[in-house]
Design a protein around this ligand. Structure first.
Ligand SMILES: [Zn+2]
Ligand SMILES: [Zn+2]
Ligand SMILES: [Zn+2]
Length: 351
C-alpha cells in the first residue's frame, strides 16, 4: 500500500525560519498549475489591444475553463491557481521539533485586470481609468477585509518579464491572508514604536522632513500625494508614494485622493518608462492597515515601487553576494536617482 502523503506536501502553510525569525509561505498545491508564461507565449508586440491567447483579455477562456466576461473597465476574479486557500488545512500543527515549525495559512488570491486593452500599462492609461482601478482596490480591501478570518490585504503588481510577470496584460494580484505577512508586520511595528516614542507618525514626520528640501529626493507631487526616492532606498530607482494626509487604508481615501493617487501613479510610471525609453519593469504594492479591526493609528498608508533596472533597459541590479549574505548595497545615491527621475518629462516617450 502506498504511504499516505504528509499534509505538508499538499497544503498551503507557512514555515518558521528561526535564524532570521521570519516566515516562509509554502504553496505545494501550486506546482500543478500550468506555467502560462512559457506554454502560451503571450503576444508582446506593442499595440496589440486584444490577444486571443491571453487568459486575461475579455471573452477569453482561462486555464480552469472559465470564460472571462466582455468586461469594459476593471475585472476581478479568484486566481485559478491560488497560492492560498480559504479552508484551513488540517494536520499542519504536528511539528516534530521546536526547530521544525509549520502553521496552517489560509488566504484568498484574487486577480484584478486594470483594463480590457491588452496593450496598456499604468503609464499609458488615462487617469480616469486608473481611478477605476483604485476604486476596485478599495472595494476589494473592504470586501476581503470584512471576512473575519482575513486580517491583511496585500495588493501588488509585477510588471515585466524581468520581474517574473507571465502576462503583459495590465493586472495585479491581491493576496488576502489570515496572518499579517512579515514585511508589513515589521513596518507596522516600526511605526507603532515611533509613535509610542515621539507621539507622532513616522511617515508624516518623514514626509515633513523631505518637504523641507524638495530638491533632494522628491520626484513628483500633487495636492494629495508625494512620490520620492526614500533616503534608505535599496533598489536603484526605488520610490515611495505617500499621502500628505495621515490615513491608513484604501478605504480612508476621499474621491479627490483616489484621483490624485491615480495621477501620481501615472506620473511615476511615466517617468520610469521615460528613463530608459522602455516599458519599465517593477514590483509595486501598497501597505495598508491590517483588516482585523484594531485601530492601528500609527499606520500611514503608502505604496512602494521596486524596479530592478540600473543603467539601461538591459542592465539590472542583482541582490547577490554580500547583499544576500550581508546587507543591501547601492552605488547610485538616492539623491541622484531622484534628480534623474525628476528631470524626466511628464509626457510618455511613446506619445
Ligand atoms: Zn490580454
Ligand atoms: Zn502619518
Ligand atoms: Zn511599506
Amino acid at each position: 500500500m502506498p504511504e499516505s502523503p504528509r499534509p505538508l506536501d499538499l497544503v498551503p502553510h507557512r514555515r518558521y525560519n528561526p535564524l532570521l525569525r521570519e516566515w516562509i509561505l509554502v504553496s505545494p498545491q501550486r506546482t500543478q498549475r500550468p506555467w502560462q508564461g512559457e506554454t502560451t507565449k503571450p503576444n508582446t508586440a506593442p499595440g496589440v489591444h486584444y490577444d486571443p491567447t491571453c487568459y486575461l483579455c475579455p471573452g477569453n477562456a482561462r486555464s480552469g475553463g472559465v470564460r472571462n466576461p466582455q468586461y469594459t473597465s476593471v475585472f476581478a476574479f479568484d486566481n485559478d491557481f491560488p497560492a492560498l486557500l480559504p479552508d484551513a488545512p488540517e494536520g499542519v500543527n504536528t511539528n516534530p521539533s521546536p526547530l521544525l515549525v509549520a502553521e496552517p495559512e489560509r488566504g484568498r488570491c484574487r486577480v484584478l485586470c486594470f483594463h480590457p486593452d491588452h496593450s496598456l500599462t499604468l503609464a499609458r492609461m488615462q487617469v480616469a481609468d486608473i481611478t477605476r482601478v483604485i476604486e476596485a482596490w478599495t472595494a476589494e480591501t473592504a470586501s476581503l477585509g470584512e471576512q473575519p478570518w482575513i486580517n491583511h490585504v496585500q495588493i501588488f503588481e509585477n510588471r515585466g518579464a524581468m520581474m517574473g510577470a507571465s502576462n503583459p496584460h495590465p493586472h495585479c494580484q491581491i493576496w488576502a491572508t489570515e496572518h499579517i505577512p512579515d514585511e508589513p508586520l515589521r513596518e507596522l511595528a516600526s511605526q507603532q514604536a515611533y509613535q509610542d516614542e515621539h507621539g507622532s507618525c513616522l511617515l508624516c514626520d518623514y514626509l515633513r522632513t523631505e518637504l523641507q528640501h524638495p530638491e533632494a529626493r522628491i520626484v513628483v507631487d500633487n495636492d494629495h500625494f508625494v512620490a520620492l526616492v526614500p533616503y534608505w532606498a535599496i533598489w536603484p530607482f526605488e520610490t515611495l508614494v505617500l499621502p500628505r494626509r495621515h490615513l491608513g487604508s484604501f478605504t480612508d481615501l476621499t474621491p479627490a485622493e483616489q484621483e490624485a493617487l491615480a495621477a501620481i501613479l501615472k506620473a511615476v510610471t511615466t517617468r520610469y518608462d521615460n528613463l530608459f525609453q522602455v516599458s519599465f519593469p517593477y514590483t509595486m504594492g501598497f501597505h495598508q492597515r491590517p483588516t482585523h479591526g484594531q485601530a492601528h493609528d500609527a499606520m500611514h498608508f503608502h505604496a512602494h515601487f521596486y524596479p530592478p533596472l540600473l543603467r539601461s533597459a538591459e542592465i539590472r541590479k542583482f541582490m547577490v553576494g554580500f547583499e544576500m549574505l550581508g546587507m543591501p548595497q547601492r552605488d547610485l545615491t538616492a539623491e541622484t536617482a531622484a534628480a534623474r527621475l525628476r528631470s524626466l518629462p511628464d509626457k510618455h516617450y511613446a506619445d
